[in-house]
Write a protein that binds this ligand. Structure first.
Ligand code: FES
Ligand SMILES: [Fe+2]
Length: 449
């Protein structure tokens, strides 16, 4: 597969016009190799190509490392029609297997998480150890082709732990995770990943194709109209936002925080959120009356200075911008991870097993603990700094956080529009170039470009 070719089939003049209008400080521009039409979100054929050519070839996050503490602890992760089993082995390494019994194809493990001494298939009782070796088969002498014990194994796939996450890849010939993540690791390596706990975890089947929400996370153009409530704390003006788009398919948006939007007439007025930040970081809000735009840089200096005292040793490693801004990574294809200085959120959509009009939405909140508080921020509220179990919720019946609910609602309405014969193809602004990058990369995978 040639990942890095440009879109030779594009008309040169059109490219030049668009390139001239790339927004914010962006390191590159992706050309319109692919028209973003509605059928990409509704077609069963397209969905099948994605399952067989894309999802089976990329590194996915299977779980959270803290879930596997001791040998025998396991988790499963379902994606499309596949199920993956991950277990901590006797040497404290995590291994991943297709969750299927090699005898007659029964699903081996039927729960999300747990501990076992051996994996025992419910159908005929075959037993497997943590390395996936078959160690017991009833009537082992009765196999004309030879005793299966010592011969058959679970189907093992590449698995690595990195950044607090457990990653797997269904392609046994894939290149290593660090190569797949590329530039993203230069940032994640700076963070205190070991110190994070997962304090929020909700999963929900949602009524739209997985890409609808991925597109949303690949642009901040929707913020003023879809999330107007954040403009008092984040500068949602693209002209003031930095974008990095990588040739690995991933991208990064650095959205300035502790800075009211430059679109907003109240940019210079101190508000309650900024005031709370300043007080927490031992600064005087009245020093910033009418000068709220100076808070961000002053906070950065102060966090560098007293971050350690507050319990955040890693602040000394972070670039100043990361101390106040949201570093929002889109990990191709399905995952967004937003790192602020001491709180992280992960949101992803994964394909539904059979229906292109549905997907599985997964929302995690991760946090580092400050020295002076037992509570930490989660996507919904302040919560104890404790690992939580996954909650599966029904769409529309329970919140998935204010901001997420707004995005999920838009994606649901968009899915209806994708079926309309009145919709031709997306007409993207410069600041939505990451959406173009995302779709270009999908086609590079599914059409072997
Ligand atoms: S299918 Fe698993 S033991 Fe028979
Ligand atoms: Fe959004």
């Amino acid at each position: 597969m040639k990942y890095f070719q440009g879109g030779e089939n594009m008309e040169k003049k059109f490219d030049k016009d668009r390139e001239a209008r790339v927004s914010g400080s962006s390191n590159t521009f992706y050309k319109e190799e692919v028209k973003i039409t509605g059928d990409r979100y509704t077609s069963r054929n397209f969905m099948e190509r994605e399952l067989s050519k894309l999802w089976s070839k990329v590194w996915n996050i299977g779980g959270w490392s803290r879930e596997l503490e001791k040998p025998g602890d396991f988790i499963t992760h379902n994606i499309g029609r596949e199920s993956i089993l991950m277990v901590k082995d006797k040497n404290n390494n995590v291994k991943a297997f297709h969750n299927v019994c090699p005898h007659r194809g029964n699903r081996l493990v039927h729960v999300d998480t747990g501990y076992v001494k051996d994996f025992i298939c419910t159908y005929h009782g075959w037993k497997f150890n943590y390395s996936g070796d078959l160690i017991y088969a009833q009537d082992e002498e009765d196999f004309p082709q030879g005793n299966p014990c010592g011969k058959l194994k679970l189907s093992e796939i590449p698995c690595e732990e990195y950044g607090g996450f457990i990653w797997y890849n269904m392609d046994k010939n894939c290149f290593p995770l660090k190569g797949f993540l590329g530039e993203v690791t230069k940032y994640i390596d700076l963070y205190d990943n070991e110190g994070l706990k997962r304090v929020y975890h909700k999963v929900c089947e949602v009524p739209f194709n997985w890409k609808a929400l991925r597109d949303n996370f690949c642009e901040s153009y929707h913020l003023p109209s879809t999330h107007p409530q954040i403009s008092d704390y984040y500068d949602d003006d693209y002209k003031n936002t930095d974008f990095e788009l990588y040739e690995t398919g991933h991208n990064l948006m650095k959205m300035k925080g502790s800075l009211p939007s430059l679109r907003n007439p109240e940019t210079f007025e101190i508000n309650e959120k900024l005031k709370a930040d300043l007080i927490y970081w031992k600064l005087n809000p009245s020093d910033f009356d009418g000068r709220a735009h100076l808070v961000r840089e002053r906070l950065q200096e102060q966090k560098k200075k007293i971050g350690k005292e507050k319990g955040f040793n890693h602040f000394k490693n972070l670039p100043n911008a990361w101390l106040t801004d949201a570093f929002h990574f889109n990990i191709f294809p399905g995952t967004s991870i937003t790192y602020t200085a001491n709180v992280v959120s992960l949101q992803r959509t994964e394909p539904h097993p059979t229906d292109p009009n549905k997907s599985i939405y997964d929302h995690w909140g991760l946090a580092l603990k400050p020295n002076d508080s037992e509570l930490v921020a989660s996507p919904e509220d302040m919560v104890p700094w404790e690992e939580v179990e996954k909650r599966t919720v029904i769409f529309g019946e329970e919140t998935l956080s204010d901001v997420a609910d707004q995005d999920l609602e838009r994606a649901s309405a968009q899915q209806l529009g994708f079926h309309s014969s009145g919709f031709n193809a997306a007409y993207l602004s410069g600041q939505e170039n990451r959406v173009q990058q995302f779709h270009n990369f999908i086609d590079r995978y599914i059409y072997d470009r």
